[in-house]
Design a protein around this ligand. Structure first.
Ligand code: PLP
Length: 425
């Protein structure tokens, strides 16, 4: 490598992130005290504020018991509302269109109850061939739930032969040609494997023009790239909060339903006491009166101690702002890309993420020509203190997260790869 460690340190001095607000795991390998944590696309780091905030909510329970529903400093009854506005800002939605609840795949199912309604020849669900496994299982089980054959109902879009990523024009051409058979388009905004950012507005427009419902899984997009779900006319979306949103393992997830669907009594929906207007929750009449907002998709009263970390994290995103994060992300990932180019030139390593910064978030995925991504990832961690994420057989994913990753982290990735993977010349 010709790039120097000193240059990385200089860049960190000029363009510091917010690493000091997070707990960074200590490093294996001895040379540096902290790990170079590039796995925030898999599980984000813990904000230092999370513990204090969580303890305050626990204290309210110990002091107040059941009265905490109304008398806690942050009363539990309307607690979920504290998360609504910052979540809406994060994804470019109106507050009435966003709610935090459940986990991601559960929410996808609840949304498909309403938005996957196969009829006549319009039965198919379009996903990407490299969809996250959970999404693939979810849509296949929805097809079976409707008495349909998942093998013919679920269409898996593939890149062209010899290419790594989907082309927008191929997706929109497919929808123009076959959209009349498509009931639901459900794609990942940022692909979990390749890091490709799809053209969400263009594909949404093409899907809706073809008469399909268009939903997005934003697990790898929320907190990673700017989103404008309302203006893009997305029908619905769902995302988790434990990746870029740093809310902890299995954290509560987010949901978006466009306001044009609010109050539509023709939509099937699963309900509980939290689906009806707050003042009718305890009514003994067997009739629910859902609010004309996304909150009609809620079912149960929410877990307060799970909401605390999401609230803390969303406040952090609000304070820093997605535009500033995206700017730093472009600089950081561009720098990692340049370092990887130096290392991969004479090694069996290939960056498979799109080269165009507009078509990716912060993640860069590297294909290991010799296979065995797990083995390489273990060596990076134990010998160099670099924490990355392997997808067998041959992809290693590196995500310099703009909130807390550093230029020096990026340098350590490239330096560790150079030391671990033998050069071919
Ligand atoms: C991480 C991820 C999931 C995980 O689903 P859970 O329900 O949170 O376990 C699902 N889909 C995508 C695209 C993901 O990236």
């Amino acid at each position: 490598m010709t790039s120097t460690e000193n240059e990385a340190h200089r860049r960190d001095g000029a363009d510091p992130g917010h690493r000091h607000l997070f707990h960074v795991p200590p490093a294996d390998g001895g040379r540096y005290p902290e790990s170079a944590y590039l796995a925030g696309n898999s599980l984000g780091l813990q904000p230092r504020a999370t513990r204090t905030e969580l303890l305050a909510d626990l204290d309210a329970w110990s002091r107040l018991g059941v009265e905490g529903h109304l008398e806690a400093e942050r009363p539990w009854l309307p607690y979920h509302g504290l998360l609504t506005a910052p979540a809406a800002r994060l994804v470019g939605a109106r507050p009435s269109e966003t709610v935090v609840m459940n986990s991601l795949t559960v929410n996808l199912h609840l949304l498909m109850v309403s938005f996957y309604r196969p009829a006549g020849e319009r039965t198919r669900i379009v996903i990407e061939d490299t969809a996250f496994p959970s999404d693939s299982y979810a849509v296949r089980s929805q097809a079976r739930f409707h008495g349909l054959d998942p093998d013919t109902t679920v269409v898996r879009l593939r890149p062209r032969d010899g290419e790594e990523n989907l082309r927008t024009e191929d997706v929109t051409a497919f929808l123009a040609a076959e959209g009349h058979t498509v009931a639901l388009v459900l794609l990942g905004g940022v692909n979990y494997l390749t890091g490709e950012l799809l053209d969400i507005p263009a594909i949404t427009a093409a899907g809706r023009a073809a008469g399909a419902v268009v939903g997005w899984d934003l697990a790898h997009a929320a907190g990673n790239v700017p989103l404008s779900l309302h203006d893009w006319d997305v029908d619905f979306a769902a995302w988790c909060s434990y990746k870029y949103l740093n809310s902890g393992p299995g954290a509560l997830a987010g949901v978006f339903v466009h306001e044009r669907h609010h109050g539509d009594t023709g939509l099937p929906r699963f309900e509980g006491w939290w689906s009806t207007a707050a003042d009718t929750r305890f009514e003994m009449t067997p009739v629910s009166r859902p609010p004309a907002t996304v909150e009609a998709w809620q079912i149960s009263n929410p877990p307060i101690f799970a909401m605390g970390p999401v609230r803390t994290s969303l406040e952090l995103f609000d304070a820093v702002g997605m535009p500033a994060l995206r700017d730093r992300s472009l600089r950081l990932t561009g720098y990692l890309e340049r370092l990887l180019d130096e290392v991969t030139a004479d090694r069996p390593l290939t960056v498979v993420t799109p080269r165009d910064p507009a078509r990716r978030g912060c993640q860069l995925s590297v294909r290991i020509g010799t296979g065995n991504a797990n083995e390489l990832t273990k060596r990076l961690r134990h010998e160099h203190g670099v924490i990355a994420d392997a997808r067998e057989p041959d992809i290693v994913r590196f995500a310099p997260v703009p909130l807390y990753s550093t230029y020096h982290d990026c340098w350590r990735v490239a330096d560790a790869l150079a030391a671990t993977v033998e050069a071919t010349s």
